[in-house]
Design a protein around this ligand. Structure first.
Ligand code: FES
Length: 75
């Protein structure tokens, strides 16, 4: 089972042994460590991976799951 955990004011943490991150061509990135942390703040110098820059820049994101709400499509 794969779980994507959204860290408060931090990256997307992808937990699972069979996780592969691929680029738009389908080429796999080497995974240095697990769980995989993908940048959510946009400031990493190692995208798509988190390099902890979010802490230095004070990235804040307050969204949280709300029980009973439905996902909305992007507009
Ligand atoms: S979320 Fe960690 S560097 Fe962007």
């Amino acid at each position: 089972m794969t779980t994507i955990k959204i860290r408060q004011n931090g990256p997307y943490l992808i937990e699972g042994d069979d996780v592969t991150v691929v680029d738009w061509n389908g080429a796999a990135y080497p995974i240095a460590r697990r769980p995989v942390a993908l940048c959510r703040c946009g400031a990493s110098t190692n995208k798509p991976f988190c390099d902890k820059t979010h802490s230095r820049i004070g990235f804040q994101a307050a969204e949280a799951a709300v029980s009973g709400s439905e996902d909305k499509p992007a507009q």
